[in-house]
Design a protein around this ligand. Structure first.
Ligand code: T4K
Length: 402
C-alpha cells in the first residue's frame, strides 16, 4: 500500500504494456514441424490434410458431431445465420462484440436488440417474448465471457414461435454445462479462434452442429457451393469461408496447450479474486455456476462509481498509466454504435441492464503473460486507486482527462 500510483507521479507497475487478449503461444518445435509438413505436402488451403486432422481433433475434444473449421468467427456467424434460414428480424443481445450484430446486417437481416441478465451478461429470456413480431425468424444467444445462456428458456420460447436459434460461442471453447459442451447447445453454434481467444488459429473459427443436413449445407456454402469431387457442379451461391493450412497448423499446436492454459487462467483468476476481495464498489465476477468446466479466459470486474469513488473509465486510465491495458468489453452496447443508432433511433432506452453494465464492466489481463503475483499487484493498484480516489480525480482533471 506504500507505493505511489503512476497517475500520481509514481513509477508504472510494469515496464511493458500488459494487454488483455495477449496471444498465448504454442510449442514452437511442434508448430514448426507442422509447418514443415504443410510445405512438403504443398497443400495450403481448400480443406487440406491439416484442416481435416484439426476438424477430427476438435470434434473429439468438444464431443460434438460436426465442428467445421471456418476462416474466422464473423464469417462463421454469417454462414450459420444463412444456414438457419434467418431473414426479416432476428433477436440478438446488444451486449456483445459488434460482429454478432454486423453479421446479421450483412445478410440484410434486422437485428432487434434485447437486454441481458445482470447475473451473467447473457440474453434475458424474459425480454425476448415482447420483441417477437410476425417478421421474427430467429434468436441469437451469446455465451458472453463463456457463461452459458439460459438455453432451456430460449428453446422453449423459440419452439412456441417456430424460431431458429443460433449461439455465438466465441468465448466458450471447452466450457461445459449440463454434462455437455456449451458449444453443442441449440441447433448450431459458432466459435472464434482469433489470436486473442483462448484457443487460437491466428484467425479462424468454426461452426458446430449435430445435424448432418445443416453440416452438409454449410460445407456447400463455405466452398462456393461446389458439389461433387470434380467441382463441375455448383449447387449453391456460396462464398469462401475456408480455413487455411497454416491456421490449422497453429490450431493443432495450440490444442496441445489448452489444458495448461486453462489452469494458468484459473490460478490467475483466483489471485485476482483474492486481491479484489472487499474493495468497496469493485466486484470480480465469477464465471456462471452453471458451468462444470471452463477456460477462465475472461477476468471480468465491475466498477460501481458511487462506492468506489472513481468511474470505470477513470479506473481504466489509472491502470493505463500503470501499463495495464484493461478493456471495456463490451462498451457501448451494439445498439449505441452509430450504424445501429441511426437505423433504430431510441432503441437504447429499452436496454437498461445493458446500458448500466456496459458503463461498469472491464476485463483484466490474464493468460501465460500474466503471473498470479502480477494479478495481485494489479488488484493492489485498484485498491489503492479507490483509497486515493480524491487525489486521482484531481490528477485526471489536471491532465484534462476527467
Ligand atoms: N462473437 C463474439 C462474441 C466475439 O467476441 C468475436 C470476436 C466474434 C464474434 C468474431 O470473431 P472473429 O471474426 O474475430 O474471429 C478483439 C478480437 O479481434 C475479436 O476477435 C474479439 N471477438 C474481440 C472481443 O476482441 P479488438 O478490437 O478488441 O482487438 P484488438 O486488436 O484491440 O486486440 C485486443 C487486445 O489484444 C489488445 O489489447 C492487443 C492484444 N493483441 C491483439 C492481437 C491481434 C495482441 O497482444 N496481439 C495480437 O496479435 O477485438
Amino acid at each position: 500500500m506504500s507505493r505511489t500510483l503512476a497517475i500520481l507521479g509514481g513509477k508504472p507497475l510494469f515496464d511493458e504494456p500488459m494487454h488483455v487478449g495477449r496471444p498465448n503461444l504454442p510449442d514452437r518445435r511442434h508448430f514448426d514441424k507442422l509447418v514443415d509438413t504443410m510445405f512438403s505436402n504443398r497443400w495450403f488451403t481448400n480443406y487440406g490434410p491439416l484442416v481435416k486432422i484439426l476438424q477430427a481433433r476438435l470434434e473429439e475434444r468438444l464431443r460434438v458431431k460436426h465442428c467445421i473449421p471456418i476462416c474466422n468467427g464473423t464469417v462463421a456467424l454469417e454462414l450459420a445465420y444463412r444456414a438457419a434460414g434467418f431473414h426479416g428480424e432476428v433477436i440478438v443481445p446488444a451486449f456483445t462484440f459488434v460482429a454478432t450484430a454486423h453479421a446479421l446486417e450483412w445478410q440484410r437481416i434486422k437485428p432487434v436488440f434485447c437486454d441481458i441478465r445482470e447475473s451473467d451478461f447473457t440474453l434475458d429470456p424474459s425480454c425476448v417474448e415482447e420483441l417477437i413480431t410476425d417478421r421474427t425468424t430467429g434468436i441469437v444467444g451469446v455465451h458472453v465471457f463463456g457463461n452459458p445462456c439460459d438455453h432451456r428458456s430460449i428453446a422453449e420460447t423459440a419452439g412456441r414461435h417456430g424460431l431458429g436459434v443460433v449461439y455465438d460461442a466465441a468465448h466458450a471453447f471447452m466450457n461445459e454445462t449440463d454434462g455437455m459442451s456449451v458449444c453443442s447447445l441449440g441447433s448450431m453454434s459458432i466459435l472464434s479462434f482469433h489470436a486473442t481467444k483462448f484457443f487460437s488459429t491466428f484467425e479462424g473459427g468454426a461452426i458446430v452442429t449435430d445435424d448432418d443436413d445443416l453440416a452438409e449445407k454449410i460445407r456447400l456454402m463455405m466452398n462456393f457451393g461446389f458439389a461433387g469431387r470434380e467441382k463441375d457442379r455448383v449447387d449453391y451461391i456460396g462464398i469462401n469461408g475456408k480455413m487455411t493450412e497454416i491456421c490449422a497448423a497453429m490450431g493443432l499446436a495450440m490444442l496441445e496447450q489448452v489444458d495448461r492454459l486453462a489452469e494458468i487462467n484459473r490460478i490467475n483468476f483466483e489471485a485476482y479474486l483474492e486481491a479484489l476481495e472487499g474493495i468497496p464498489g469493485i466486484a470480480c465476477r465469477t464465471p456462471s455456476p452453471a458451468l462444470s468446466a471452463r477456460n477462465w479466459q475472461y477476468v471480468v470486474a465491475t466498477v460501481d462509481e458511487e462506492s468506489f469513488g472513481l468511474s470505470r473509465d477513470s479506473l481504466v486510465e489509472v491502470l493505463e498509466a500503470e501499463n495495464v491495458l484493461a478493456r471495456k468489453y463490451f462498451y457501448p452496447g451494439c445498439h449505441r454504435h452509430e450504424p445501429y443508432c441511426r437505423t433504430f433511433p431510441g432503441s437504447g432506452r429499452e436496454l437498461p441492464v445493458t446500458d448500466r453494465l456496459s458503463e461498469m464492466v472491464m476485463c483484466l489481463p490474464t493468460g501465460e503473460a500474466v503471473t498470479p503475483a502480477m494479478a495481485r499487484m494489479i488488484g493492489d493498484s485498484i485498491r489503492l486507486a479507490g483509497v486515493r480516489a480524491g487525489e486521482v480525480r484531481a490528477a485526471l482533471k489536471e491532465g484534462g482527462h476527467a
